[in-house]
Design a protein around this ligand. Structure first.
Ligand code: LLP
Length: 417
């Protein structure tokens, strides 16, 4: 399922990646429907025994077709902007299964989400709570609220993607959360529904999640004693995937650690996985433009750059790079795999052992999450197409941008020169 080798050649489901590159060009993103569905079902089954809702984190991969297929499975969605809400709605997602995270929700975003009838706002500050109360009252409704607690646990992940330490901008500390709940309980525009956290991404250990949950439950029990009862707990996302040799926890272990601490509690569990659903369900295809040998350094210059796939440049992230059709006739060398963008950071992979020639197609693996969504047009580069493979079918789920589309909405100055 997903991506595998057949006679040495890489396939997405039943289609050779070399055939996709030949037909659709490079760079391009390729996703496997079966791999996305299997990952989502894996989560669903791990928590199967109890009332739960998987709210897929749209930020990981917001393509309409991806959202559509998840909506068909019954998924909910975790959004962080009005734009993501519109995407979910356009893809046929159920607004009643949407949670809205993010530290900077605008009044317009709040109003639109209230109108759509979302499941919950994950409130991240007192100022946001007060604004939401006001917006809801103006609209004559009550906003469903879950406070995002910052449990101050170290998730042991990359500092750029760790979010649950008190120095991070996300959520509110436990003490402040307690005050917020009491304040909110008296607000006419607020209906308290839940409590939650998200401590970071690419987690390799369930212990910090279990710690965070215990801290959350202590607060929940205090609130209950004070007459504030909640109907859901949102455990955020963050489960890691294997890019190289990481050993992410099994979903069953994750579920077991969480469920053991929730025994006897009737609340519904919400989960916000992103990367674990789509990360290994996608690759980015890129073609070798040139091989370049500078003193002591061999460069494979490829046609995809940091504008197409930002993770290696931004985080120093390692993603596997493999020829889609390995060849025996070229001895391997250690290459710096670099892109066309005029920045030294524009490296997709460093020190990669590759036997390649000009024109060969490479697959950058594990590119289904935080790949296309982080792409930009820097250096005047149209963004790649997105292709979804379903068995032996290849669906173009986003077309390659054209250069003229890149200045849509721009205007030259009035008058003549
Ligand atoms: N919920 C909230 C509130 C989040 O902030 C995030 C991710 C998620 C859920 C989903 O986390 P996941 O299951 O995907 O780990 N661009 C970075 C990752 C940034 C993650 C930000 N928040 C990367 O490429 O590694």
């Amino acid at each position: 399922m997903g991506f595998q080798r057949r006679d040495g050649e890489w396939y997405a489901e039943d289609v050779a990646l070399s055939a996709i590159a030949a037909e659709h060009g490079t760079p391009s993103y390729v996703y496997s429907r079966a791999a996305i569905e299997a990952a989502w079902r894996g989560f669903d089954e791990a928590f199967g025994g109890r009332d739960h809702l998987i709210c897929y984190a749209v930020k990981a991969n917001g393509n309409l077709a991806v959202l559509d297929l998840l909506a068909r499975l019954g998924s909910g969605f975790d959004i962080v902007s009005g734009g993501e809400l519109e995407r979910v709605l356009a893809a046929g997602g159920d607004p009643a299964r949407v949670v809205f995270s993010g530290v900077a929700k605008s009044e317009a975003e709040m109003a639109r989400a209230l109108e759509a009838g979302i499941l919950a706002f994950n409130v991240e500050s007192e100022a946001e709570l007060q604004r939401l109360d006001r917006v809801a009252r103006v609209h004559g409704v009550q906003a469903p609220v879950s406070v995002r607690v910052n449990p101050d646990v170290d998730p042991g992940t990359h500092p750029y993607i760790s979010t649950g330490l008190k120095e991070n901008k996300f959520g509110v500390g436990i003490g402040q959360a307690r005050r917020l709940y009491h304040e909110a309980a008296a607000m006419a525009g607020i209906r308290l529904t839940g409590a939650g956290f998200h401590i970071g991404s690419q987690l390799m250990d369930v212990a910090p999640v279990a710690d965070a949950l215990e801290r959350l439950l202590t607060l929940v029990d205090e609130l209950a004693a004070a007459g504030i009862t909640l109907s859901h707990f949102d455990l955020g996302g963050g489960m890691g995937i294997r890019y190289r040799d990481e050993e992410p926890p099994a979903l069953t272990d994750y579920a077991a650690a969480v469920l053991a601490r929730l025994e006897g509690r009737p609340q519904r569990i919400l989960l916000e996985p992103g990367r674990a659903i789509v990360g290994n369900a996608g690759v980015m295809l890129t073609r070798v433009e040139y091989l370049k040998h500078n003193e002591g350094h061999d460069f494979a210059v490829v046609d995809a750059g940091m504008n197409d796939l930002l993770r290696p440049a931004l985080y120093g992230a390692w993603q596997a790079i493999e020829p889609v059709r390995p060849r025996q006739d070229v001895p391997p060398r250690r290459y710096e795999v670099v892109g066309p963008v005029c920045e030294s950071a524009d490296t997709l992979g460093s020190g990669r052992e590759l036997g390649v020639a000009e024109g060969d197609v490479l697959a950058v693996r594990s590119a289904g999450a935080y790949g296309f969504v982080m792409a930009s047009n820097y250096n005047g580069r149209p963004r790649p197409p997105e292709l979804l493979v379903d068995g032996d079918q290849v669906h173009v789920v986003r077309e390659r941008e054209t250069p003229t589309e890149l200045w849509r909405g721009e205007h030259r100055l009035p008058g003549r020169r």
